[in-house]
Design a protein around this ligand. Structure first.
Ligand code: G1P
Length: 273
């Protein structure tokens, strides 16, 4: 619902808020496309039709841009071609597990990646690709994790795992939003997952948990009784795109990768301090 981003997110879906020159959701779609994923199901809350508009081709806009010689024409045309997009509306905010379950028909009986666009991870190998590399080795669910300080651990799903390779854990237990004294480790789940299709059956049997919502973490905990689940410690810098400061830091991080913007920002920041 984007409550931490109000009033920004009152009329604009938070997924369309900018990270420098692109909306969060475009960065997520590009990450999936670069990882070779060809079909995308977007599970959206009501009133987020703008997301459909964003991924829909707009031949008139493209034509206008081409006629005027704008360099943006190709960039705009590339957006709908990133994937075969379909949309499912989650009528009520019943939880992340419920949202994933709503994509079951669109996905079918195959492993799939799940991305929460407001978790932004910057690295030359994307977060989804890092998880896929682990998936190809172990052929089971893989969750992204990172170390989080104790005072913030209660905002996340947290794992207890046994290390099986550098940065890879086999999960023994996982718990959603534990109080710090009950957290099994400092490894928190980040919004990237590779999931086996059996997760849908597990989610159908998952009762509401933390915050009264059907939690994906609880569904994965049920699945863990039937098959191994792994965690991969992500490489890269993560930004919380669900908060104003996180969005600003993400924008700065992306802008600083462009030499021209970097030079301008350097001058601006130097004059501001
Ligand atoms: C969700 C998940 C949580 C995960 C987090 C990552 O929580 O339920 O397990 O750690 O995303 O950002 P939310 O941020 O939706 O409360």
């Amino acid at each position: 619902m984007g409550t931490r981003l109000l009033p920004l997110s009152k009329a604009v879906p938070k997924e369309l808020l900018p990270v420098f020159h692109k909306p969060l959701v475009q960065l997520a779609a590009e990450e999936l496309a670069e990882a070779g994923i060809e079909e995308t199901v977007l599970v959206v809350s009501p009133g987020k039709r703008a997301l459909e508009t964003f991924f829909h081709p707009d031949p008139q806009l493209e034509q206008t841009l081409r006629t005027s010689g704008s360099q943006q024409a190709d960039a705009v045309a590339a957006i709908p071609r990133l994937s075969r997009f379909s949309f499912v509306e989650q009528a009520q905010p019943l939880g992340l597990g419920h949202a994933v379950l709503m994509a079951a028909d669109g996905i079918g009986d195959e492993p799939f990646a799940t991305v929460l666009p407001d978790d932004m991870v910057l690295h030359h190998t994307s977060a989804t690709q890092q998880l896929l590399d682990v998936f190809h080795h172990y052929r089971g669910c893989v969750l992204a994790v990172e170390e989080v300080p104790a005072e913030r651990i209660n905002q996340y799903g947290v794992i207890d795992g046994t290390q099986v390779a550098e940065g890879v854990f086999r999960i023994n237990r996982l718990v959603e939003k534990p109080p710090p004294e009950e957290a099994p480790s400092n490894l928190a789940i980040v919004g990237r997952y590779i999931l086996m299709p059996q997760i849908f059956e597990a989610l159908r049997h998952t009762p509401p948990g933390a915050k009264g919502e059907i939690q994906l973490t609880d569904g994965i905990a049920l699945l863990l009784e039937k098959q191994p689940v792994y965690a991969c410690v992500l490489q890269g810098r993560r930004h919380d795109g669900g908060s104003p400061l996180g969005l600003l830091k993400a924008s700065l991080d992306v802008a600083l990768q462009d030499p021209q913007s970097k030079a301008e920002l350097k001058d601006f920041l130097a004059s501001a301090f």
